[in-house]
Design a protein around this ligand. Structure first.
Ligand code: SF4
Length: 122
């Protein structure tokens, strides 16, 4: 099937377009399957989204102190990004230490007018 650029650019107004930002260090040992599972089944921190919500980005922070986040969020905004979820691995104090930079990362995303939600699958 051939897609025209017009068809790809056609957007339903108000559609949720979501990205997940996760820890670069944890990404070395985690393929992100639990985050995708939670999104695909609309569970846990994704449960409020309608069926047509899209996951348009799954990015890592780029390493402490999150140097990649701002640039990638800017790129995603061009694709209609509405909300960024901070991954559970950035927030929990369990198998991994919680991110010491999470507040700055959260503020840098919110300053662009993008909604920030804590957590993905936990
Ligand atoms: S800034 Fe936070 S999320 Fe990113 S690598 Fe460091 S600890 Fe992990």
């Amino acid at each position: 099937m051939k897609w025209s650029q017009e068809a790809l650019n056609e957007e339903k107004p108000g559609k949720e377009k979501i990205a997940v930002v996760r820890c670069e260090t944890v990404a070395e040992v985690c393929p992100g399957a639990a985050c995708f599972k939670a999104f695909n089944k609309k569970k846990r921190h994704f449960q409020k989204y309608p069926e047509d919500a899209e996951l348009i980005g799954f990015i890592t922070c780029g390493g402490c102190p999150g140097r990649r986040v701002s640039r990638l969020v800017d790129s995603l905004i061009k694709h209609g990004l509405t909300t960024v979820h901070l991954s559970s691995c950035m927030l929990l104090d369990g198998d991994y230490p919680p991110c010491p930079h999470v507040e700055e990362i959260r503020k840098s995303i919110a300053a662009k007018g993008i909604k920030v939600v804590d957590g993905t699958h936990h």
